[in-house]
Design a protein around this ligand. Structure first.
Ligand code: SF4
Length: 335
């Protein structure tokens, strides 16, 4: 039973759940966040809930999460948790994946508007048409796709396991890759496979431009340059990057690298975790504008309200889930 004290105090916290959002809170935490953290800790126990936070979430959300990670790590955690409720602080397709992998749980997302521009660049009907034009091909989807799109696909991958998934596909098969053109280009170059590319892109990564990276590297020649394969500048910079890594790959890499300064080309929410884990190192964003407006729809205030009201529940039609789980399970079996 949820304590009425939460609702009584909640009016002092925020009337509508629209708190200060995003990475702008770095170093300037709103004064009510201390109280929110205490309330969230109590609510979590009362609800037997876990909080999962993607690496791109605002720092305050990462700090109260039971698990912070990339899509794959969060999906693995969601699949095995004993908690009754999963509050997924990430975007909608991630919450859908959690709901499909652990359908007995209540999966919540703090803001239903936390979608993904990249995932929205392909719909199920377009996949059916593309497959019809390539009847011998198999469809490999990036995890950044809706459940309805995954239901049309044969394989699924993340940026950390794309090469491994492609290597598991019979060599005589041509591959239709959706939706990210840049990640697809990277995988095509790495695997030398026949891959057709959908022309989707992530707006948060597209703002990372080569000129800014060139200038930063000139200013800090000692810095290591880490790039996410979703970056729009990838084709020009691919050979120049010291490492091309998934978000989780970056977090792991900077811990063990002897370098003291890093230029990070991905969504800037990840800088919070890197700085927290490695206070003696310096992390420079490749662009101050690499910020995902969808990820930032989730705030600490909305996370609080999500636990109070058990909102917003994310479910997937069982008929869609049954088909969408096929490519997801193929990926999970490899990782
Ligand atoms: S950063 Fe890009 S790919 Fe990731 S959720 Fe935001 S829009 Fe989608």
């Amino acid at each position: 039973m949820i304590s009425t004290q939460h609702t009584a105090h909640s009016a002092q916290i925020s009337g509508n759940g629209h708190g200060t959002n995003g990475h702008a809170t770095n170093g300037h935490e709103p004064p009510h966040y201390g109280l929110l953290r205490e309330k969230i800790a109590v609510l979590k126990q009362e609800r037997n809930a876990v909080i999962l936070a993607h690496n791109y979430q605002e720092g305050a959300i990462q700090d109260v999460a039971d698990c912070v990670g990339d899509s794959l790590n969060l999906a693995k955690y969601a699949r095995t948790t004993d908690a009754d409720t999963i509050v997924f602080c990430g975007v909608h397709f991630m919450a859908e994946t959690a709901a499909m992998l652990n359908p007995a749980k209540t999966v919540l997302i703090p803001d239903l508007g936390a979608g993904c521009a990249l995932a929205d660049m392909v719909i199920a009907e377009q996949v059916r048409q593309w497959k019809a034009a390539h009847p011998d091909g198999v469809v490999l989807c990036y995890i950044n796709t809706s459940a309805a799109v995954k239901a049309e696909c044969d394989y699924c991958c993340t940026s950390s396991n794309g090469v491994r998934v492609i290597e598991s596909i019979p060599e005589d098969k041509e591959i239709l890759f959706i939706p990210d053109y840049y990640l697809g280009s990277y995988l095509k170059a790495k695997t030398k496979r026949a891959i057709h590319l959908w022309k989707g892109y992530c707006p948060a990564h597209a703002v990372i431009i080569p000129e800014k990276i060139d200038a930063l590297r000139e200013q800090c020649p000692e810095a290591e340059f880490l790039m996410h394969p979703e970056c729009g500048c990838l084709t020009k910079q691919m050979d120049l990057a010291d490492q091309i890594l998934s978000t989780e790959g970056m977090v792991t890499y900077v811990r063990s690298s002897p370098a003291k300064t890093f230029i990070i080309a991905t969504e800037n929410g990840i800088l919070h975790r890197m700085r927290k884990d490695n206070p003696e190192k310096t992390f420079l964003p490749a662009s101050e504008h690499a910020s995902c407006h969808y990820m930032q729809r989730n705030t600490l205030d909305k996370l609080f309200w999500s636990l109070v009201r058990l909102q917003h529940r994310v479910t997937v039609d069982p008929a869609i889930a049954k088909r969408a789980l096929i490519p997801i399970e193929r990926m999970m079996a490899l990782t």
